[in-house]
Write a protein of this length. Sequence first.
Lengths: 243, 243
Amino acid sequence: MGRVNLLLLRQEELDPEGVVRLTGRRLEHAREVLRVQQGQALRVGVLGGLMGTGEVLSEDREALVLKVSVTLPPPPRAGVSLVLAVPRPKQLKRVIPAVASLGVDRVVLVNAARVEKSYFDSKVLAQEFLDGLIELGLEQACDTVRPTLEIRQRLKPFIEDELSTWAPADALRQVPHPHTATPLRPVPASTHVVLAIGPDGGWVPFEIELFVKHGFQPVSLGPRVLRGEVAVPAVLGAVRAGT
Amino acid sequence: MGRVNLLLLRQEELDPEGVVRLTGRRLEHAREVLRVQQGQALRVGVLGGLMGTGEVLSEDREALVLKVSVTLPPPPRAGVSLVLAVPRPKQLKRVIPAVASLGVDRVVLVNAARVEKSYFDSKVLAQEFLDGLIELGLEQACDTVRPTLEIRQRLKPFIEDELSTWAPADALRQVPHPHTATPLRPVPASTHVVLAIGPDGGWVPFEIELFVKHGFQPVSLGPRVLRGEVAVPAVLGAVRAGT
């Protein structure tokens, strides 16, 4: 784990005076990585809420006690929803924190022809594990708002029946796909974008047809084959360039 | 290691008839991951040269023998040079393959105030190890051309004395930096871009001043703090969006 840029707290951990007592992973991180000292102010955020500072009232091996004051809003969302083919478990551990740190609004992990069925049995798809990966990304990026995250084992019913209510109805739908002449271009921040990012090896023709039938425009990322953990930030960077 | 999309060969491995005999890592990968069979055609590329196919003449536990035919040029370069503060060794292992897969032309790993001195003693900065990381990125992206890679323990002399000959003289110089009003915007593909990407925690004021004094424009990536392995693809995606 890298250095945490924001200590994430839960609202229910705060007492009425805004004092919180941390143990476990956050205590260890504060002592061993951040090397906190009494009186120091740490950057903190309340999951789903405001950000601010936590003054260290005391710290020892048992607990880190902070007096929290949160008044700042978290950064704005990216205005992006991701339909993401389930990556290999090892990649998923990098992609999900990246997705969270980039401020993606919502992500659905879907099956695809080139996704190995065994991935759905992987422990990294357990909700608790995914929640942990999301929080890593938020702590990195200094954000408090999780992307919503769902898992769908069947792509077609999701696209046909759920997509129109899952993401804003007026969103621009784009599917990165090689052999497409139209390059991925920046989209004004006022327009929400739904991006369908395929697995290693890409979407198969049947899947591309399904996306196109449901209003997705195929766009090109160029001739290079990018791994999910590289493709996701590159696509987000391109779509939101200049905003 | 993920699935290799291109088997990288060296020119000197090919005999005059274009036959190559592979052992070691590439043999293992071909047998265990790609599950190659006699007669099958694999995507291959000659390091620094052309790409094409390798027909499997034979494969067994000892060697994979290919008849190689390469006629296709590698994908165009990104037209980007990176001045990259040395990341933590664990991050470097992810950033360098990403840099290579994105087609970056050249990268210099530099020291910075917020880079821990111990990183320069890490074995991941050994040339052989870095070469391996670069080749991983090329095999992923289907490219044959390495970015040039250098290491400089002192930032200031590099910027003052070497930068002007290291990258094209007419390149646009940009330094991502928070608290900057100008967002990073797409730059036409015909303009080479030099990007200076800081360490975790960013460049310090002295470093930003040094860059600005040497023609770098500070640009914003937005309010989120992105880790190197996320920032690099996001920045490349933004700079080359629409090209």
